[in-house]
Write a protein that binds this ligand. Structure first.
Ligand code: PLP
Length: 381
């Protein structure tokens, strides 16, 4: 990625830099892989709800997937039509459900029987019928970090398979909800094909079973989870969407008239964003050298939260020599560390550092911890 260094040098750090061409090319690649098939993609807004990013995604024609009332508001404010909004989450409050019904959203992804009952009741009070999908927990191990795997029986999400019949039956008996779909989301940052193939097979089984019972399901929603290459962002700026969508084209047996929905977050926005920070000090310890930057876990929490690693680049050093450093933030937590034993160009105070692939779960997770200000956003245009 080419950074506009002349412009950067005049700016206060830290800030998120978004390359909008990367975003647009990513969206084009998604669109070209779902044209001609009944596939619909919702952007999982929790990955990044930045205004500019949202408006470009909306213009590209994607729908949106929300997991809270706040996200629902953000989606409406960004101009997404209710008919393109899916709403998931294990703990939707009455107020959030009410807002979803008022906006005539496309579908609630429902995660428990009590939630289904509450949606039915609130819809009934409003004299409406709410579209619902049951979020099914297919008990598939996504082989990802334990904090971002969601499809195992021990996870809090979704309905476990042994309980599915009962909730399907109960839902069909409720007058103010319409069962439109089955929803799945097995985890995030999934880099292997196997978990997605297993998901397709599980869905095929379920479809056979419910078809025999004469239960018609219009929408299959397989959630998100496609991973990105954090180690080599420049050679994989656009994730392998063809490989991803082909898995579903080849393994999932859609019925006539069915739509297959996706909820992609990370893979849409991660590579277009970088967190840009300045080196405040280079400090020599006994056995280590530390680069202390002016961004911290309050700006980008993924390393502290999930032991994630973002590629670190010194984007202003002219040195051809390298050294080995730990790159840390200023916050009073030992987990405020972006990388250990990083080989970087010789670095000095004032150099600018890019933490790459930070467009997803970066800015949106920023906090005021240590009374720090939120990072700014800067766009390539
Ligand atoms: C987080 C989430 C997504 C998006 O996941 P990514 O890994 O970012 O693609 C999709 N659907 C639901 C229900 C989610 O919670």
């Amino acid at each position: 990625m080419i950074f506009p260094l002349d412009k950067f040098k005049t700016l206060e750090t830290p800030f998120y830099y978004y390359d909008l061409n990367v975003l647009k090319n990513t969206l084009e690649e998604i669109k070209s892989n779902v044209s001609g098939v009944p596939f619909k993609v919702h952007y999982a807004i929790k990955a990044n709800a930045n205004d500019r990013i949202l408006s470009i995604i909306r213009e590209s024609g994607l729908g949106v997937d929300c997991v809270s009332g706040g996200e629902l508001n953000a989606a409406i404010k960004a101009g997404f039509d209710g008919s393109k909004i899916a709403f998931a989450g294990v703990g939707k409050t009455d107020k959030e459900i009410s807002a979803g019904i008022d906006n005539d959203i496309f579908c609630f992804n429902v995660e428990s029987l009590p939630e289904m009952q509450v949606i039915n009741e609130i819809a009934s009070n409003k004299g409406k019928t709410a579209n619902v999908a049951i979020r099914i927990n297919p008990n598939i191990d996504a082989h990802t970090h334990k904090y971002i795997t969601t499809g195992l029986n021990e996870n809090k999400f979704g309905i476990n398979l042994p309980q599915l019949d009962d909730i399907v039956k109960a839902t069909l008996a409720m007058p103010n909800v319409k069962l439109c779909g089955f929803h799945f989301h097995i985890g995030s940052q999934i880099l292997e094909k196997e978990p997605f193939i297993m998901l397709c097979e599980k869905i095929n089984e379920l479809q056979d079973k419910y078809e025999k019972q004469g239960i018609e399901i219009k929408i299959i929603n397989v959630g998100g989870g496609l991973g990105i290459d954090y180690n080599n962002p420049d050679s994989a700026l656009i994730p392998d969407f063809k490989g991803y969508f082909d898995i579903f084209k080849q393994n999932l047996k859609l019925r006539h008239g069915q739509e297959l929905h996706f909820e992609l977050g990370r893979s849409v926005v991660a590579q277009c964003g970088s967190l840009i920070t300045r080196v405040t000090y280079v400090k020599s310890g006994t056995a280590k050298k530390f680069i202390i930057v002016d961004a911290g876990m309050s700006d980008l929490i993924r390393p502290a939260l999930y032991q994630a690693h973002h590629k670190i680049e010194n984007i202003t050093s002219a040195a051809t020599d390298v050294d080995v450093y730990d790159v840390v933030g200023p916050i009073c937590e030992s987990s405020d560390c972006f990388g250990t034993d990083e080989t970087l160009a010789l670095t000095k105070r004032g150099d600018m550092i890019a933490l790459r692939s930070a467009g997803a779960y970066g800015e949106i997770m920023a906090s005021h911890y240590n009374c720090r200000e939120f990072p700014q956003s800067v766009y390539s245009d």
